[in-house]
Design a protein around this ligand. Structure first.
Ligand code: TYM
Length: 329
């Protein structure tokens, strides 16, 4: 059976981008693959959360994973820092990761631009730690959104480099994965770009109906089509893209036809979109709230995941040590 690994940083609540870019695939994959899904708490340290925020966020993402339908009986669900072997593998892989290639990574350049006062080494070596996350369980497939494509390329590069250096096909070369074939980019409500936690343009699974509706009603639009069949502008295409994932095909077609005939009213479009998002998120939101309070269950899930992930990770690190020549006396 093939192995799947993927993770999410606990830097806030899960949004529709996380769900439709990653979690939706997790749910289906857990019936077909040997899956490892984790909460990337080491990764989240690049932004220096307070200890209390960090812990609350880990707990929240765990509750959200479970509320979405991740099943600890089917998948190994764990917290990254419960498996310190990942940090060791990252350190070892780092010996063959070069400053130039790390500095050229788009996400590093973006972060360095956005937070010039906090360009730490963890940001630079982020793709190395991510490669360790994936290679520690010898993953074949990694379900992620489009924004992670470059990180996956780096993982493949580091795996290939290790194999080449030690002259054996030890690591599998993992592929990014999405059931719909192409990786997904869910847009935000601000007219351009992807939905993101740091962009402040997100719709969260936990959003209550009223604030959710308010957010959607405030989404950026344009002044409306003036000629029949005019090309769809980016902010409107973004709303259609959101509709594609939460609404029925008929609803989407209805508004596309209205756009084509210049009869569209953006207020109606947004109202429908908010309603359909709410229909989709309500059952998940209700589950999040109840699971979050179930301390005992959360503890049990984390313990199960920790044991399984540690076992798989320990085996890989031991083999890697042998290959490298870190032999025990
Ligand atoms: P993170 O925490 O930013 O996002 C988690 C997952 O959600 C996807 N995603 C999106 N997909 C589509 N459209 C969007 N607007 C959108 N926003 C987020 C991301 O692609 C991701 O799949 N580096 C990773 C976490 C990570 C990881 C790993 C992932 C650490 N180690 C190993 C896979 C394997 C990150 O920051 O994702």
């Amino acid at each position: 059976m093939q192995t799947v690994v993927s993770g999410i940083r606990p830097t806030g609540n899960l949004h529709l981008g996380n769900y439709f870019g990653a979690v939706k695939n997790f749910l289906r994959m857990q019936d077909e693959y040997n899956c490892y899904f984790f909460i990337a708490d080491y990764h989240s340290l690049t932004t220096h959360p307070t200890p209390q925020d960090l812990h609350n966020n880990v707990r929240q993402v765990l509750a959200e994973y479970l509320a979405c339908g991740l099943d600890p009986e089917k998948s190994t669900i764990y917290i990254q820092s419960d498996v310190p072997a990942i940090a060791e593998l990252s350190m070892l892989l780092g010996m063959n990761a070069y400053l130039g290639e790390l500095e050229r990574t788009t996400s590093f350049k973006d972060k360095a631009r956005k937070q010039p006062n906090n360009v730490n080494a963890g940001l630079l070596t982020y793709p190395v730690l991510m490669a360790a996350d994936i290679l520690i369980h010898k993953a074949d497939k990694v379900p992620v959104g489009k924004d992670q494509e470059q990180n996956l390329e780096m993982t493949r590069k580091f795996a290939g480099r290790f194999n080449h250096m030690y002259k054996q096909e030890y690591f599998k070369i993992p592929q990014s994965f999405n059931y719909g074939e192409a990786l997904v980019k869910i847009p935000g409500l601000d007219g351009s770009g992807k939905m993101g936690k740091s962009e402040g343009n997100g719709i969260y699974l936990i959003d209550e109906p009223k604030p959710l509706q308010k957010k959607v009603m405030r989404a950026v639009t344009d002044s409306g089509p003036t000629e029949p069949n005019s090309p769809i502008t980016e902010p409107i295409q973004n709303l259609f893209t959101l509709m594609e994932v939460v609404s029925t095909p008929d609803t989407l077609q209805y508004f596309k036809d209205k756009y084509a005939s210049c009869e569209i009213r953006y207020g109606d479009l947004k109202k429908q979109l908010a309603e359909d998002i709410n229909k989709f998120t309500t059952p998940i939101r209700e589950k999040i709230v109840s699971i979050r309070e179930d301390e005992e269950y959360l503890r049990k899930v984390v313990k199960m995941g920790r044991e399984k992930a540690q076992e798989s990770a320990a085996q890989t690190v031991e083999e890697v040590r042998q290959i490298i020549g870190l032999k025990r006396f």
